[in-house]
Unconditional design. Structure first.
Length: 60
């Protein structure tokens, strides 16, 4: 049971970090990637991955 609590705390902390650093589009990208992977839907997970890559790529 303690492992589940630690995993949940890490997941929430990661979500907060992404939202703080990359804004709402970052959290939408993480959410789409997570939902796509859990449901084995490659279209949704691909959209989430592309959103995160676009946010992380340097502009210019």
């Amino acid at each position: 049971m303690p492992l589940a609590i630690v995993a949940a705390a890490l997941a929430v902390g990661f979500e907060q970090l992404i939202e703080w650093k990359y804004g709402p589009m970052g959290i939408i990208g993480v959410l789409a990637l997570t939902v796509g992977l859990k449901s084995r839907n490659t279209l949704i997970s691909g959209i989430g991955a592309v959103l995160l890559v676009m946010l992380l790529a340097p502009s210019g």
